[in-house]
Write a protein that binds this ligand. Structure first.
Ligand SMILES: Cc1ncc(COP(=O)(O)O)c(C=O)c1O
Length: 385
C-alpha cells in the first residue's frame, strides 16, 4: 500500500489549501515594494471591516500567545485588577501572563466542557473594580465556546473596563463583531480558522483600547507595543520589525476565500459542519467532551467510548497512519480522548477522509465498530450541503 497522506486534523494548524500555499511559495520582495505595501494595506482594511473594528488592527509576526501578550501589554499597567474568565488550559494561560506582569489577577473558572457565564461575570464585577476582563472565545482544550456576546452585554454596563477576547480557535470560524458585542480587543492568529500556516498574529483594538494604550505612556515591552506598530499599520512602507511578507500574502488569499464564501455563510457552515462531525463520532460511541449548549463550531474533544479498551497514544498513532493527525487531550480530559479540528478551509473530501480514518483506526485498535456507520451519518449531512 502506498503511504497515506496525513491530514492535519489537530485544532490548528488546519489544512492549508493550494492557493494559500502558492502565496507562501512566491518570490519574496522588499517590504517597501509598492505592490506589497498595497497588499498589506488591503489586508488591514479588510480585517478592520470584517470584524467591525472602529479602532486599529495589528498584523505582526508571532504566534497566538504573542497576541495574548500584546493584548495585555497594551491595556494594563502593574497593579491593575484583571479578571480572567477561564474555561480550561488556554484561559489559564492568561493567569501566568498577568501575574508575571504584576497584575492583581482574579480567576473565574468553569468546569471543563462548560463556560463561565455572563451571570458569574456580572456578579464578580459588582464585587470589585476591574480594569480588564479576559475571555477565551473557544477553549481549545475542551471544545467549549464562551458566550462572548452575552458577556459583552454585561461589559457594556461597565464601560471603564477593557474587554479582551482570545479568538485564536474561533476567529474566522465563529461570529465575532467588536461593535455589536462590545469587545475592546480581539486577538487571533493565522493557523486556525483562517487556514494559513502559523506565523502571524492579528490583534484588533477598539478606540477605547487605543485610548487606554495612550494613557499608559511608555510601556516596558517593545516589539509588541501598539505605539511602535501603529505607523506601520497606517502605512506599511514604514519600518518597525520586518513583516512576514509571504504570510501577509497568504493571509490576503485567506481573506479573499472568506469573502468569496461570505462570513455569515462561513460561520453557518462551521456550525453545520461541527454538528455533522459530532454526530458521526457519536454514532461510533464517542462522547463529545463539551456540554451540548457550549459545543464549539471549530473543534471538538472526542472521549473514548466506555469499555472500548482503546489505548490513547496507540489509537492516535494508528489514526495518524490511517491519514488523520489529531491532538491528545489536556488537563481533565488527558488520556481519555482526542481533539480534532473541523475548522477553516476544509471541504467534503477532507471530512469524509478524516472520519473514514477514524473508523479504520477504531477497528485496527480492537474497537470493533461497523465500518461506514459514522461515514453514513456524515454523508447524510454532506449530501445537503
Ligand atoms: C484559545 C487559544 N489561545 C491561545 C493559543 C496559543 O496560540 P499559539 O500556540 O499560536 O501561541 C492557542 C493555541 O492553540 C489557543 O487555542
Amino acid at each position: 500500500m502506498i503511504k497515506t497522506k496525513k491530514l492535519v486534523m489537530i485544532p490548528g494548524p488546519t489544512p492549508v489549501v493550494r492557493s494559500i500555499q502558492d502565496q507562501m511559495a512566491r518570490e519574496t520582495v522588499a517590504f517597501g515594494d509598492a505592490a506589497f505595501v498595497r497588499d498589506f494595506s488591503e489586508v488591514l482594511a479588510d480585517l478592520k471591516e470584517m470584524w467591525h473594528c472602529q479602532g486599529e488592527v495589528f498584523v505582526v509576526a508571532g504566534s497566538g500567545t504573542m497576541g495574548m501578550e500584546m493584548a495585555i501589554a497594551n491595556t494594563t499597567k502593574r497593579g491593575d485588577n484583571v479578571l480572567v474568565c477561564s474555561n480550561g488550559f488556554f484561559g489559564d494561560r492568561f493567569i501566568d501572563m498577568c501575574t508575571r506582569k504584576g497584575l492583581n489577577t482574579d480567576v473565574l473558572s468553569a468546569k471543563w466542557g462548560t463556560s463561565v457565564t455572563p451571570e458569574e461575570v456580572e456578579k464578580k464585577l459588582a464585587e470589585k473594580k476591574y480594569d480588564v476582563v479576559t475571555v477565551t472565545h473557544v477553549e481549545t482544550s475542551t471544545g467549549a465556546a464562551a458566550p462572548i456576546a452575552a458577556i459583552g452585554e454585561v461589559m457594556k454596563k461597565h464601560p471603564e473596563i477593557i474587554y479582551i477576547v482570545d479568538g485564536v480557535a474561533a476567529s474566522g470560524g465563529v461570529d465575532e463583531n467588536m461593535e455589536a458585542m462590545g469587545i475592546d480587543v480581539i486577538l487571533t492568529c493565522t493557523q486556525k480558522a483562517f487556514g494559513v500556516a502559523p506565523g502571524l498574529t492579528m490583534v484588533w483594538a477598539s478606540p477605547k483600547a487605543m485610548k487606554k494604550r495612550k494613557s499608559l505612556g511608555t510601556i516596558p515591552e517593545s516589539y509588541i507595543d501598539f505605539d511602535k506598530w501603529l505607523p506601520v499599520m497606517h502605512d506599511p512602507s514604514k519600518y518597525w520589525g520586518t513583516p512576514a511578507i509571504n504570510l501577509v500574502w497568504a493571509l490576503k488569499e485567506a481573506i479573499r476565500i472568506m469573502k468569496e464564501e461570505g462570513l455569515e455563510e462561513r460561520y453557518d457552515r462551521h456550525i453545520r459542519q461541527a454538528a455533522m462531525v459530532d454526530s458521526a463520532m457519536e454514532a461510533l460511541g464517542f462522547v463529545v467532551g463539551a456540554e451540548k449548549k457550549y459545543r464549539a463550531p471549530t473543534l471538538s474533544v472526542y472521549l473514548y467510548p466506555e469499555g472500548s479498551g482503546i489505548d490513547d497514544a496507540k489509537f492516535r498513532s494508528i489514526l495518524a497512519e490511517e491519514g488523520a493527525q489529531t491532538a491528545g487531550c489536556l488537563g481533565t480530559f488527558a488520556g481519555k480522548g482526542f481533539r480534532m479540528g473541523h475548522m477553516g478551509n476544509i471541504d467534503k473530501h477532507t471530512l469524509v477522509s478524516a472520519i473514514g480514518a477514524v473508523e479504520r483506526a477504531c477497528v485496527k485498535s480492537g474497537y470493533a465498530v461497523e465500518l461506514g456507520k459514522a461515514l453514513g451519518v456524515l454523508q447524510k449531512g454532506l449530501v445537503n450541503e
